[in-house]
Every structure is written in C-alpha cells, then in structure tokens.
Design a protein around this ligand. Sequence first.
Ligand code: GCB
Length: 619
Amino acid sequence: LIATCIFVYGGVSLAQVEITPTRPEFVVANAASRDGQDLSGSWSYSIDPYRDGLYGFHGSPSGYGHQRFAPQDVDIATRRAPSALFEYDMARSPRVTLPSSWTNHAPEMRHYEGLVWYSRTFEAKKKRGERSFIRVGAANYTARVYLNGELAGTHEGGFTPFTFEVTDLVKSGENNVTIGVDSQRTDKSVPPPVTDWETYGGITRPVQFITTPETFIDDAWVRLDPDNRHIRVTVRLDGPKAASQPIQLSIEELGIDLREETNADGIWTAVFPAPERLVRWSPENPKLYDVTITAGEDDLAERIGFRTISVEGEDILLNGKPVYLRGISMHEEELGRDPSRVMTEAAARALLTEIKDGLNGNFVRLAHYPHSESTVRLADEMGLLVWSEIPVYWRIDWEDEGTLDAARAMLAENILRDRNRASVILWSVANETPVSEARNIFLNTLIDDVRELDDTRLVTAALLTSQSDQGDGEVARVDDPLVTSLDVMAVNTYNGWYGNVPLAEVHEISWLSDHGKPMIFSEYGAGAQAGFHEVKNPRKFTEEYQAEYYRQTLAMADRVPFLRGMSPWILKDFRSPRRQHPIYQQGWNRKGLISETGERKEAFDILAAYYRTMTETSD
Ligand code: GCB
C-alpha cells in the first residue's frame, strides 16, 4: 500500500511524501487494562540545562551520563573510587510524584525549557514467553527512555503515547527506569515554540511497565460502518504466532460471538450485520457495550459505543439525523491556581460536567493537541461529542520533511489510540495556519492520512477567514483553499475582541460560503476577569463586556445559514505566558467562561441559556 508522490511547488521539487501514514511500532490498545505496573508515584529528578547527560565536554560522548547508572550506583562508585567524579546523583536528588509537569516541582522551574532527568526503580519477574514494554502516556516534548542504562527508545511529541519493548532489557529483581524529557522546541517542532498556552514540560500522563504474552492483541478497532447497518472489526496481533491464529470476538449483550482466524500478516478483518437491537450511541443515550477479543493466550476488553457521523449538504448527521454541536473548547489543564496538566479522571469529570450539565452542551473541542485517553473515555461515558486535534498550530515549518513526519506520527498515534471512542466525531489537522502552497500540501498529506487511518469520521481544521466591508456592511468569507479537502469547515472568529468591528455591530456581520458544507465556529471569545464588573459602558476584561460579546456573537451566529455548531473559546481561564497584564491577566488567558478556580462569569449563563433554548426547540 505504499504509494509515493512528488509535490512540486515554487519551481522546486520539494520531496517525496510517503502516503502511508507513519504508524507507531506498537498501539497497545486499551493500555490501561494491560498487566504490569503503573509506575506513577515517586521519582527522583535532576535538571540538566546544558544537556551534560547527553554530551560530554566540547560535545564529546556523555561519559557516565545520568542514564547510565541506577540511582544508588553513584554513591557506591564514589565510595569504592574516591577520585571518581559525578556531578549529579539521582539517588539524592529531590523526588516528585509523577505524572506531573515540572512547572511546580520547584519555583525556579516554573518557566524552565530544557532537559530534566527522571529516575525510579521497580521490581520485575521475568517469565519465559512473556514480553515487556515501557509505555509513556505523554512526555512533553522529546523523551529518551532507558532501562537499566540501555536506551529503549526516543520519542518526539508531547501529547501522544509511545511504547518501547524492553523484553531483552528487563531483569528479574530491581530495574531502573530513567527518562530524559526535554521541553525545548524549535521552529521545526509541532507545535513551534510560540503558542498561546503554557508549555508544561514533563511527564504528564502515566508511565506503565506492561507485560503481555509473546503474541498479543496490539490493535483492535470495532466500529459501526458508515452504512449504519454493519459492524466492522480490524484486529492486529503482534508476535511470533500472529499468523493464522484463532481469534474470537464477543459482545455478549448483543449475542455476538464470532470465531475466525487471522491472516498471514496477523490481521483479522470482519464485517457482519449490526443486530436489530443495537442501541446507537448518542449524547442523550451514551450506550457502551462490553466487547471482548480473545486470541491465543491474550484477551482484550473494551467498552465501545456504536454510531455514525456523516455530512449531507450543509448538515452534520449523527446516526442519520441532523445535529447541532452545542460545544465549548478546553485546554488540558485542571482547575486550581497551580495546575500542572495532570488530568485525573476526577479533574476531567469536573470540567466535562460543566459543559454537559452547566452549559447544556453536547460537544467539546479538546484543543490544541490530543488530550489524555481517560478524558476521551469519559466523554464516551458521559455523552459528549469530541473534536480531537494535533498541535499543528500557527506557524509551522511547512517545508521541512522532519516537521511533516513529526505531525504525521502524532496524528497516527492519536487516531490509533482513540478510534474506538464513539465520542470522537472530528479529527482536526490544524489551527489557524496561514495559507500558502506549502501549507496546503502539508495539511493535505495529513488529511489523506486521516482518511486512510479512519474512514468513519469527519475531517476538519480551524481556519481563518477574510472579512471586509464593501459598502454593504461587514461580510466574512470562508475562502481558505483547504476547505475543498475538509468535511466540515471550522473558523475562528473574534470580532468585537480582536479587529476593528465595534462590539455593538458584531451581530450585523454576514457570512458567505459557496462550498455547500457545514460550518462550525471553532472559536470565538473575549477575556474577562471573574469578579471585575462595570455596568455602565463596560470595557474589555469586565464580565459585562464578555457577556455582551457573547450576546452579539450569538446574534451573528443565528444569521449564518450553514452554521451547525460552535465551540467558543474557552471553558476555563488557562495559563499563557503571553498574557501578562498585571491586573487582569497575571499569566492567564482570561477568555474562560469560568475562572481558573471554577467561578462562573456572566457570559456562562448566556451561552447556557442559548444552548438550553436549542435543546427545547429540537425536542
Ligand atoms: C486563537 C487561538 C487560541 C488562542 C486564542 C486567543 O485564535 O486558536 O489558541 O488562545 O485565539 O485567546 O487569542
């Protein structure tokens, strides 16, 4: 299936872009359910701003390096050889609880961008015929994983999981795992160094030591076919006995029990009629079924919802019926004055409940990068439709092959992790990227990847629009050439906050599109400091200004004939180093409808009432 094509632009033949998506070596579907150990907990850490652990003097090889020794060895070595020189000692370094970003390990690490070493030990017992892996849920931005001093693998990308096999490195007894995490990005990274959110370097999701049988179910995808009448299954085994292996799929509640065999590549695909009594998953009834797959010595349990999502003309259809996306955007940042991007299930539940019950929403945009798997699983369970995106944000190096490879890898890791989640309806490939030929090629490659990895969902990207007043009032046009490749047009629009249109006139803006596709407002928003009020002639950052901004924008939205949903910016105030107004911002982007501690601002009720009316009229 490997096809290549040559893109030529600006007179230069840029590169051969491989069409086959960059798949991770291991998917490890439902990794949290795997045997092994959760290595969350106490780790020692040491900062390494000059990357001495990687390179020695004048860039020579690293010598001992932080990763070479188990924590206790440094002390033992210097006792034995008093002249030995170590300028770190992981055993006596401070300890922190992982997962966590290092923003709050110590005050001086608040804005640290660079390398940090983490180390801990764990006990293991080697068994014949068993494989072992280290899996990291997310480490921002690059990571190097060592087991017992040996490099197990490296990874780029701060928001998607990665798994390295350590079967040959692990030993019975005590093992040392050391992870070097480097948050520094360059102009070739995804995202680039400048964004509008806190970097949160560190290991922000669980680290697991996983054991599996020699041949195991690496990937299993069970979904309702877009025809709404069949269930499709794709399972991939990994290991020496992957080929021609008996395999079984059961969904007891539906009386489904299939037994077949994998093909010569260890893959099993099946299509069978969906039973009459299959209940379709929806926000109103987020029905999940227990699905079990068994192959040889391995089995995998999943909870899966079945639904279709499609587009017909300017409508988005959920299970064949038009749906309006009553949403909001959110960052992965928990409530509280000192967040560290560790989204526990409870923390995610607190935020998603504000959307579902507080705002009467049915949709969340998980911006601007893949959020944790447990958040998406919670959306499945609670009944919230999800927009999932990768951090192709603002100014990416569109012409760099390494950058494209990094983005493609993130996309594949994200889709393969979450394509069993009924809640996810939209894969987004970019946010607010300036139009150019090179950018279009880059993003179209990603769009092709999505369609190859998952043909059951919609593709979108958050775009910018052009806007002008040629005597007939302000008119906004969706004229980004990327629209032709997308299923759903999404635009970010900030009239009344950024730009020159006076707030009082925002409701008069007209929208034009001749694409015949549905559009959603992927962002609009205004900042307000919770508790800052000015009733008469309110200025920016008052709750009243933000509330009026919502009134105006919603009145504008009512006049857009092809608008099928929105995810305003944003549920909660979030940390952003760009936002340093000493009174109103103090390092926080204040466009939240709730403050960082959960206080609702006036605009919250305006959006909640708007969405409530929509549910009443659609019932
Ligand atoms: C945007 C960006 C978002 C920013 C927001 C803002 O258009 O997509 O990441 O945080 O504007 O607040 O300016």
